[in-house]
Design a protein around this ligand. Structure first.
Ligand code: DC
Length: 264
């Protein structure tokens, strides 16, 4: 992945992310969005696309995971959100203030070829990559003020290069004018099976039934919230990866991107 400047394309018509070049012409970089639930294979596909195109990768789920983890550490998620006693407006204001206090940056690490995430200068490691933090993320993600506090940061990622954006509302809200949109899904059962296999591969024990319940609870919250619910954009290619291997998914996604005018 690089900040490949050669993909800059002049475009003055309804740009998703516009900036100006040295001649003061409006320019716009290509945007590919991949939305869908956790475990459908978005991460792998986005990584492969970004690498082969030399685009930046935006892992928007990581942003919500960071806010979720910090909110939990600050004691803001101690009460269940459906508790009548919880004052939702007050909680939303606190979550918004917390979100705005976080300085989050994504930095490509050439040594590991991974993206390092820094929060207020400190490196965030794998502690956001578990289902518990995924649950916190999904809880804070229902609040419109949290979502809008993260909006500009996400859009700014597309200012300097092409971008592959991974999330739930990339094609519907954040980059509604994206060049190519994909919604990648899979059955909850297939996703739970993959998650179990992943955990077992790194020597952890995994309970399929428990993972399935957590996945379904998260899907339910992400798909039914009133702001930016997880759903395919009208102009997205919808792919169900339940019985597809990753290479076939990648080829289908690549073809769609090419059909939408992205050159590889
Ligand atoms: O993609 P992920 O599993 O890392 O996302 C974690 C949670 O964050 C997900 O359950 C819902 C929320 N999220 C969101 O609301 N909007 C996004 N664009 C990305 C993630």
């Amino acid at each position: 992945m690089s900040n490949n400047q050669s993909i800059l394309t002049p475009d003055t018509v309804n740009p998703t992310n516009n900036t100006t070049n040295e001649n003061n012409q409006a320019v716009r970089y290509p945007v590919i969005t991949i939305d869908g639930p956790s475990g459908a294979g978005k991460g792998t596909i986005c990584w492969k696309l970004a690498e082969s195109l030399g685009y930046q990768l935006l892992d928007s789920g990581a942003l919500y995971r960071i806010v979720g983890l910090k909110a939990q550490q600050a004691g803001l998620l101690d009460e269940p959100l459906d508790d009548e006693e919880v004052n939702k407006n007050e909680l939303e204001d606190k979550l918004e203030a917390l979100t705005k206090s976080l300085k989050i940056s994504f930095i490509a690490n050439p040594e590991t070829t991974q993206i390092d995430i820094l929060v207020n200068g400190a490196l965030i490691g794998s502690d956001i990559r578990n289902e518990t933090v995924g649950g916190y993320a999904s809880k804070v993600a229902v609040f419109p003020k949290v979502r809008s506090a993260l909006l500009q940061l996400q859009r700014d990622m597309a200012n300097d290069s092409g971008i592959v954006a991974d999330g739930r509302d990339m094609g519907t809200v954040v980059f509604a004018n994206a060049d190519a949109k994909i919604y990648l899904t899979a059955s909850a059962e297939a996703r739970a099976k993959r998650r179990v296999a992943q955990l077992e591969q790194v020597g952890q024990t995994a309970n399929y039934q428990q993972i399935l319940v957590e996945i379904k609870a998260r899907d339910e919250r992400d798909e039914n919230r009133s702001t930016a619910p997880s759903r395919p954009a009208e102009d997205a290619l919808v792919l169900d990866s339940s019985v597809m291997d990753i290479e076939s998914v990648y080829q289908a996604v690549k073809k769609h991107c090419m059909d939408c005018g992205i050159s590889f």
